[in-house]
Structures are given as C-alpha cells and as structure tokens.
Ligand binder design. Structure first.
Ligand code: ADP
Length: 462
C-alpha cells in the first residue's frame, strides 16, 4: 500500500508530546512491514541544517530521509512556520493557528499530486491535520488524482480539538453549508477535529479502552455523540514503543545497563539517580519517579491533594516535568518542606528522563484520562513498576501482574495504592516477579504497525 502520514509534529524533527513519537516511529515500522510510506509535516524554525540533512524539492518544499529511506516532506511558509514554538507562545495559542494548519493541509494535498504520490491511504493525526479528509471530500473531490484515496484519522487526545471563532470559517475556503452541527460546527465555533471525525473513512485512537471511553460524556469532551455515530468505524490501536531508544540494555544516558536476565545494574542506576538528585542514598526505601506534563490530565489534581500525606510515607520521589504554573508553585513549596524526600526538576530533559525511568522503583502515572501513555510502557521496560489509574491505555497495558492500579479517581485511593506499593517493595517477595513481568512485555512498533495495516486494509478493500 502507498501511505502518506500527515502530522504536525514528528520525531526527530519536532516534538511537544506523544503524537510526535507516534508520527516518527509508525512510518518506519510500516516501511519495515513492506509498505511504501511518506510523511508530510510543517517546517518549523528548529528544522535546520546541519542538525538535519535537508534537501530541496522545489521552492516551499524541502525533505529529509529517515529510517530505511522514508522521505519526510516539509511544507514551508516563512510567515506561518518560521517560529520558535509549534502552537503557542507566552500569550497562549498563536491567534492564526487556523490559517497555519489549514494552509498545511491544503499544501499537503497539493504536494501528493506534485510528486505524483497516489496514496491508497492518507493517515492524518489530530486536529492540525484534520482538514485533509474534509478538503479531500469537498474542494479536491472533482480532481481524478484524489479519487480513490481513503483517509484514517488518529485521535491522540480528544481534549485538543482545534476550536476557532466562526468568523474564521471563510478562511478555510470551504462552503458555508459545511458549517452545521453535523459537520464542522461545534456550539457556534469551528471544530477542526470534528471535521476530521465526520469526513474520514476510519477513525482510531491510541488504545482500545480510550476508543470506548471517548464515546461517553465523561471522556468525550463534547464529541461523544459524533463519535458514537461513527462507532462502527472507530477503533483503538495501542501505540508502540521505540525500543531502539528505550532499552535499559543499550541506554547511553544511564549509569549501568541491565536487562530482565541480569537486573543487577538497576541498583547502580538507583544510587546514581539519588546522588544526582541529592537524596539520601538508601537502598531499602522505594524511589518513586514521575516524568510528565504537570497537568490535571496527568493526575496532578489528586496528587496535589495527596502530596503532603505522601511525603510523610517511607519513600523518595523524583519529579521531572513542566506545565501548569499552579503545580510548579505547589511542588516548589513541597520541596522546601520535604527536601530529603522529594527532588523536583521543572524542565524538559530527555537525559534525566532516562535516568528516572531506570533508577526508580515505581513509576507514578495517576492520569485522570490517558489515550495511550508512553511513560508506563517505558517504565515497564526498565523494570520500574508502574502505579496507574485504571483508564485508557493505562488500563490496557498495566494490570496487577506487572503494576499497581487503582480504579477510583480519588486522593485516598491513590494514597492507599502508594502505601501498598511501599509494602510490596519492603516485603520484596513478589517484587522481582513484578519487575520481570513488566520487562518481558512487548509493546514494539512492529505489532502496532501490523494493526494499522489491518485497519488500512478494511477500507482499501471496499
Ligand atoms: P503526553 O500526553 O504528554 O503525550 P505520553 O505519556 O504519551 O504523554 O508521552 C510523553 C512523552 O514525553 C514520554 O516519552 C515522556 O518520557 C516525555 N516527557 C514528558 N515530560 C518530559 C520532561 N519534562 N522531560 C523529558 N521527557 C518528558
């Protein structure tokens, strides 16, 4: 099959979250499975020589090659994309995000024709690329080049929908008749993700459980009705993990390497992390790690309520993350109160993230909702037992045989589960078993890619 992956961020070129990991790894895995794949993304300011080897196709389009000859095409526009950040600046969302990403979608479609890439599937990701299926079935429908192309939309997080004032609708170049409740309108606003959901041939999310959850009022962020209507075309495929990056056997960032068969190095990694963080070098109390956006979605509301209590338990904790200022302030205050218990790093730091995954005993990820989640998959591979709330991808990957899981989203349930983890660590009897069970899990991209190929096959066969 010929597949074009369209996403607004792709590792290694630009990343703000898990979307970039997926859009970076999936094309390579599809290629490994024998598919013909290209990637199309905007060219941001950070995508420059010599950091990346870039070639020019024509004015306004450059490209790079990743993996085993997968071409990544960059849509250029000085005014729209030559900026420091992807979507926001210090004042919040860029006010012209609708112009920027509708331009990206149109140019992406034009590009396919310009390079004569007659895709069987255009696989679009999140609201930024959601106009592609809309344009394909409207403004581009009369062009025979685009006639048989099918589209798949992957929703990475339904909380981000690309909402804009209706006054901006004319900028899309679409007929006003599409601005209605069945199509792109959402409470008198333009909703780009909704357009993607309505116009794509198939929709999927990044875990089976989340694909069901988003059809409910609790998790659907207002789109549950639209999604329920498409339930027969709505699937869930777990993201894979790139084990060439996340592997304790080969990880260059950690003090000592280890694997399921020989786990000794992990103790050295714990000591290294404690030293790095200025925490007491204690072997016999569990070290809890967090690598996360500091946001309510990630469980920081109940964690904030519980943190004082938690710091009085027999544990240590390392937190790496950035996000809501209120959590920055709250955690800074807590560290002042418990400097021997908690170590706080308010930044994005890939190297430290590796050290935390390797050196912690427990990985804390009490997300309120979690489309898939990468943190728990990484921690499983590093023998760091995940402690999670039973939701979305966390529910699909963590169970009592490889982690700790609570099913009532309340501070008390979180504290109780942390206490159980501490007890289990001190008791020690089953700890090794838990660690090994996690390390032996296989969440490789090959498996996810095969899932996507089966999904593409469903619509190509029609
Ligand atoms: P998200 O909802 O933020 O995309 P995921 O669990 O799917 O959450 O993916 C988050 C990814 O970003 C993981 O690879 C995690 O290790 C990484 N990450 C998050 N915050 C930081 C940070 N402050 N420093 C380094 N890596 C981070």
């Amino acid at each position: 099959m010929k597949i074009a992956i369209c996403a607004s961020e792709v590792v290694p070129f630009a990343k703000t979250g898990g979307l970039a990991d997926v859009a970076g790894a999936l094309p390579l895995a599809l290629k490994e499975e024998g598919q013909e794949v290209i990637v199309v993304m905007p060219r941001y300011k950070s995508i420059q020589e010599p950091k990346f080897k870039l070639s020019r196709l024509k004015p306004g389009i450059s490209y790079a090659v990743t993996g085993k000859n997968v071409k990544v095409y960059f849509i250029e526009n000085e005014q729209y994309f030559n900026r420091d950040n992807l979507y926001t600046d210090k004042n919040g969302d860029y006010p012209d995000n609708l112009d920027r990403f509708s331009y990206y979608c149109r140019r992406g479609l034009d590009l396919l024709k310009e390079i004569n890439f007659k895709a069987d599937i255009i696989h679009v990701h999140d609201w930024q690329a959601s106009l592609i299926p809309v344009y394909l079935k409207t403004n581009y429908a009369a062009d025979p080049f685009y006639k048989n192309i099918k589209t798949v939309l992957t929703i990475h997080n339904i909380g981000y929908q690309g909402l804009f004032p209706k006054e901006q609708f004319p900028k899309l170049g679409l007929d006003w008749s599409l601005f209605n409740m069945e199509k792109l309108e959402f409470y008198d606003k333009v909703n780009l993700l909704k357009g993607g959901i309505v116009f794509s041939d198939l929709v999927n999310t990044v875990s089976p459980t989340y694909s069901k959850e988003i059809q409910t009022k609790e998790f659907g962020f207002g789109l549950e009705g639209v999604l329920s209507k498409r339930s027969k075309s709505l699937f869930g495929i777990l993201n894979g993990l790139d084990y060439s990056i996340w592997n304790p056997e080969t990880d260059k960032f950690i003090a000592a390497r280890f694997c399921a068969k020989d786990i000794k190095g992990k103790a050295a990694d714990k000591e290294d992390l404690q030293k790095f963080c200025g925490l007491p070098l204690k072997k016999n109390i569990p070290l809890f790690g967090i690598v996360s956006r500091l946001a309510e979605q990630k469980g920081f509301d109940i964690l904030a309520e519980a943190i004082d209590h938690i710091c009085n338990l027999d544990l240590q904790m390392v937190i790496l993350g950035t996000g809501d200022i209120k959590y920055h302030v709250l955690l800074q205050d807590i560290v002042k109160k418990y400097p021997k218990v908690i170590s706080l790093h308010l930044k994005f730091d890939d190297a430290l993230a590796h050290k935390i995954y390797a050196g912690s005993d427990v990985f804390l990820m009490p997300s309120k909702y979690e489309p898939c989640g990468l943190g728990q998959l990484i921690s499983l591979k590093y023998g760091t037992i995940p402690l999670v709330f039973k939701t979305g991808g966390l529910a699909d990957t963590v169970n009592k045989n490889n982690g700790f899981i609570f099913d009532e989203y309340k501070k008390d349930a979180l504290i109780r589960t942390i206490e159980n983890a501490i007890k289990a660590f001190k008791n020690g009897k089953n700890w090794d078993k838990l660690m090994r069970a996690g390390m032996q899990c296989d969440f490789s991209w090959a498996e996810s890619a095969r899932g996507y190929i089966r999904l593409y096959g469903k619509i190509c066969a029609k």
